[in-house]
Design a protein around this ligand. Structure first.
Ligand code: NAP
Ligand code: HSE
Length: 407
């Protein structure tokens, strides 16, 4: 353990005191001694920036100046800012100002980072401060650091993950308990998992931003967010989850990306995928997240843990703060090349629910149901071959299957 030096005290401002911001204050309080012993200095939250200074908060804010005027914090002597207020343009300007003033920034804001991380990292490097963002992907799981430092000896060719806790919670309740979509979403919101606008969670935008950030690190390529294709879960029907279950499959919203190093092409997308029960990701339930990374040295690595929640996300944020105080500072790495993003052309089997049995059933490997609905698993099809099938029969639902093939 390091000796805690009396005069070494890092002053921190927290922008936002909602689910995550309150979690950060609480974690710093309950682990105060452990943290200061570990880094050899104390961490003190001196300021917090919020919308509504009169709001009652469930956390002890003694000694913290609460303000709705950001100038109070610009004019303070804080060493580091934790940004957990969310938002894009206004927040970007605030972060720019802190970085330019030589203040380290720790953020959980994937919406902002997925668009502006290169620019903000450059600004941080220019002013010799750190922009850290472990909490922006997969909440409490140290997957950013895992890729950045733990797997940096590998050529990474694939990243695959359950990256949105809200969608995973909704799919789990629909699959295991038969809840309808709206009831499950309401509960996910009440538990603090969902974004202010849950459209981002359920339509795959949030997972898209996270898989873009992970792909940027994994392949060292800038990723244009508007090239990331999304399909969300808002149209998923319980009937398909039940039929899939009969076929030994379970649905997960997956962020997927591959890097073909020979052609230097990257595919990145988000879609609901069916997994065989034997697949490790099939057992990642509730708001838990999990990320698979494939490297040419290590093979397959899997990260698993809480993807959302106050204290869980605070775990990653406080760890970033501690690493800034104690680490040998490294410049923020910025890819020197943009990825050429291509559509994923991987051939796979699909779950299909059709209005009627198709005349040509050559591409069907297994029939799951043939009474009210016609439900089948296809042979291994390319996306183009799936489109052909869709032209011969009215497809009511179609989901790719990952990790198992039918012939
Ligand atoms: P939240 O509960 O909605 O809290 C947002 C906080 O920011 C509130 O305290 C709010 O003030 C304050 N705020 C928002 N806009 C502001 C503005 N314009 N000026 C001043 N204060 C403002 O959000 P959250 O769930 O904690 O999420 C915060 C960030 O972490 C987001 O970027 C989110 O994507 C990310 N994140 C969240 C989770 C999670 O599990 N929730 C996990 C990982 C990352 P008032 O309280 O006064 O309204
Ligand atoms: N709304 C996000 C989720 C929070 O459900 O995963 C964590 O980023």
């Amino acid at each position: 353990m390091k000796k805690v030096e009396e005069d070494k005290n890092m002053k921190i401002a927290i922008l936002g005191l909602g689910t995550v911001g309150s979690g950060v204050v609480e974690l710093l309080q309950i682990n105060h001694e452990k943290i200061s012993q570990s880094i050899g200095e104390t961490l003190t939250v001196t300021h917090a920036f919020v919308n509504d200074v009169t709001k009652q908060r469930d956390v002890d804010l003694t000694g913290i100046t609460i303000t709705d005027d950001i100038n109070t914090i610009y004019e303070s002597d804080v060493d580091l800012v934790v940004e957990v207020m969310g938002g894009i343009e206004k927040t970007r300007a605030i972060i720019q100002r802190f970085l330019a003033n030589g203040v380290h920034v720790v953020t959980a804001n994937k919406d902002l980072l997925a668009l502006h991380i290169d620019e903000l990292s450059q600004l941080a490097n220019q002013h010799k401060v750190v922009l850290a963002y472990e909490a922006s992907v997969a909440g409490g799981i140290p997957v950013i650091r895992g890729i950045q430092t733990g797997l940096n000896s590998n050529q990474i060719s694939q990243v695959l993950g359950i990256l949105n806790g809200t969608s995973n919670y909704i799919l789990t309740r629909m699959t295991q308990d038969g809840w309808d979509y709206q009831a499950a979403l309401n509960k996910a919101q009440a538990l603090g998992y969902a974004e202010a606008d849950p459209t981002n969670d359920v339509e795959g935008f949030d997972a898209g931003r996270k898989i873009a950030l992970l792909s940027r690190l994994a392949y060292n390529r800038s990723i244009q967010l508007d090239h990331v294709k999304h399909r969300g879960i808002s149209n998923v029907e319980v009937v398909d989850l039940d039929y899939a279950n009969q076929a030994g499959l379970v649905m997960k919203l997956l962020g997927k990306s591959r890097h073909d190093a020979d052609k230097d092409m990257v595919s990145v997308n988000v879609e609901p995928v069916l997994l065989p029960m034997t697949h490790q990701l099939a057992h990642v339930n509730d708001a838990m997240n999990s990320v698979f990374v494939k490297g040419n040295g290590v093979g397959e690595v899997m990260f698993y843990g809480p993807g959302a929640g106050g204290l869980e996300t605070a775990s990653a944020i406080v760890s970033d703060v501690m690493n800034i105080t104690s680490a040998t500072q490294q410049a923020n790495k910025i890819p020197n090349q943009s990825a050429t993003i291509v559509a994923d052309q991987t051939a796979r089997s699909y779950y299909v629910r059709l209005a009627e049995k198709p005349h040509d059933s050559e591409s069907l490997a297994e029939i799951v149901a043939n009474d009210q609905d016609f439900v089948a698993i296809t042979t291994v099809l390319t996306p183009t071959e799936l489109e052909q099938l869709e032209k011969t029969a009215e497809v009511l639902a179609a989901y790719p299957i990952e990790g198992k093939e039918w012939s």
